[in-house]
Design a protein around this ligand. Structure first.
Ligand SMILES: *Cc1c(COP(=O)(O)O)cnc(C)c1O
Length: 482
């Protein structure tokens, strides 16, 4: 044991001593090319990072007493230059990469939620690449509000009296309560104090508004009388939170929104309704989501929802409702901190206008189109992918017996419609052996592909894959399997 340990120590020492120094690497002829292409500090940092990484690997490999890449690697100065070149290339390449979403989750928060319609993309390019009348009235030649661009169309498509857009829905909720209930109490049904994902919890957001959260009722059942009992002289608001990402089913009760609005208004307080998704389109699939028009009709003072969930627009938070409450939000100092940026505003402006034509909006907004596509269309897409993978023209190809079309269940995602199953079709590819490894190389390809894994098969769900992506998807799968 001791003999062996000593031998490893010496080997390790030799490896560490043979590791090139930064100056040596920089003097290599091949390094001159890097120094011409990149600033010297970047090159030095990259070389140093390579050497440190190798040093760590040698030490770790010695500790683990097993052979590793680091033990085999060529440590001469010339050998380190290509490593540094790869680091430099990665450093100057923007990090955000395109992904083909073969997960079957249409509004996938980790993959960037909604895809923008062409009209919105054009609007973003215009706003990004030139000056615009963002906060300027061209008619009056004077300062104006960025909200002017979307105010009227928001009121039209929601049926609300007044409207405001902010950075995202969490910001809309925060601002709504800061503007109406700061220093007072806000009543919320216990069963609605949800976590909206990534550890962010509605109760925490509410508390940050400066309002004191008062939980009402029990997890599954809450009645109007619970709210009445909880009422104090300090109560400023009642809040309803749509439990977007889960359902309480069975023995449940909650008061009608009209009752909550009535109670709030009796006491000069407000009713805030956080809808989460904001499903404005009339898709049969959205039947389970609370309708925004119902909230307005029931008398909610502020109704909030996300721009990039089922609305199919950019990241944004929309607050619509009664003029007095929305105006209090508009005038609150936090409104500036939470304001919507100009690119999102441009996109939201364009998307909302598509909602003026309810008959066409489903085809023109990609999120709606993906969710509403008839199963036959998804199947046709799956068949096309299968053909591309097995067609004799493609080299290499997959043998047809490794591929099957599978009925799957797709999801809306982003916490919306948690129990709604959207029927879908996947192309299932049998891989003998390392399915995890293949999925990883698909993720690291160009474009990246994210798919599902099931029983050692790779499933490519076609619900959220667009027709224009099929060739690339097939190419990526064939390349990964080759
Ligand atoms: C998604 C969601 C939010 C947060 O919306 P963002 O636009 O992601 O900030 C808030 N409340 C509910 C009920 C949600 O579903």
């Amino acid at each position: 044991m001791a003999e062996k340990g000593k031998r490893e120590d010496t080997q390790r020492g030799q490896r560490l001593r043979s590791l090139a120094a930064v100056d040596e690497v920089l003097r290599e002829p091949a390094a001159a090319e890097l120094l011409e292409r990149y600033p010297r500090e970047l090159v030095v940092d990259a070389v140093r990072a390579v050497i440190e990484r190798l040093r760590a690997d040698i030490l770790a490999a010695g500790a683990a007493a097993q052979s590793s890449a680091a033990q085999a690697a060529d440590l001469t100065p010339a050998a380190l230059v290509p490593w540094a070149a790869r680091l430099l290339e990665a450093a100057v390449t923007p990090s955000l990469r395109r992904v083909i979403n073969a997960t079957g989750v249409v509004v996938h928060t980790n993959l960037g939620r909604a895809l923008l319609p062409r009209e919105a993309v054009d609007a973003v390019v215009t706003a990004a690449s030139g000056y615009t009348d963002l906060e300027y009235s061209l008619a009056r030649g004077a300062r104006a509000s960025r909200q002017d661009h979307i105010h009227d169309v928001l009121c039209t498509v929601t049926g609300a009296e007044d409207a405001l857009a902010v950075n995202n829905n969490a910001a809309a909720v925060l601002l709504a309560l800061a503007a109406t209930a700061r220093g007072g109490e806000v009543l919320v049904a216990r069963g609605q104090l949800v976590e909206i994902g990534d550890g962010f919890r509605i109760p925490d957001i509410l508390r940050e508004s400066g309002a004191e959260l008062v939980e009402v009722g029990t997890t599954n059942r809450t009645y109007l009388k619970d709210f009445e009992k909880a009422w104090t002289a300090r109560t400023r608001a009642v809040m309803r939170v749509h439990t977007s990402n889960y359902r309480i089913v069975g023995f449940t009760a909650e008061p009608a929104l009209e009752q909550l609005a009535g109670l709030a208004h009796e006491h000069d307080a407000v009713l805030v309704d956080d809808l989460g998704s904001g499903a404005l389109a009339s898709l049969p699939l959205f039947a389970e989501e609370p309708a925004l028009k119902d909230s307005i009709a029931a008398g909610a003072d502020i109704v909030t929802f996300s721009g990039d969930k089922l609305l199919g627009g950019p990241q944004a938070g929309v607050a619509v409702g009664r003029a007095a409450a929305i105006d209090a939000m508009r005038r609150h100092p936090l409104a500036r901190a939470l304001r919507i940026d100009k690119l999102d505003l441009a996109a939201l402006d364009a998307v909302l206008r598509l909602y003026l034509d309810p008959a066409r909006v489903i085809d023109s907004v990609p999120t709606l189109a993906a969710l509403a596509a008839p199963l036959a269309d998804v199947r046709a897409r799956a068949e096309r992918l299968r053909d591309l993978l097995t067609s004799p023209g493609a080299a290499p190809t997959l043998s047809a017996d490794r591929i099957a079309l599978l009925d799957t269940v797709a999801r809306a995602g982003a916490g919306a419609l948690p129990v709604t199953e959207v029927p879908s079709i996947a192309v299932a590819v049998n891989v003998d052996g390392d399915a995890d490894g293949l999925a990883a190389s698909l993720r690291l390809g160009e474009p990246a592909v994210v798919c599902r894994l099931h029983d050692d098969r790779l499933l490519f769900d076609l619900r959220a894959v667009r027709d224009v992506e099929l060739d690339e998807l097939a190419g990526a799968v064939l390349a990964a399997l080759a």
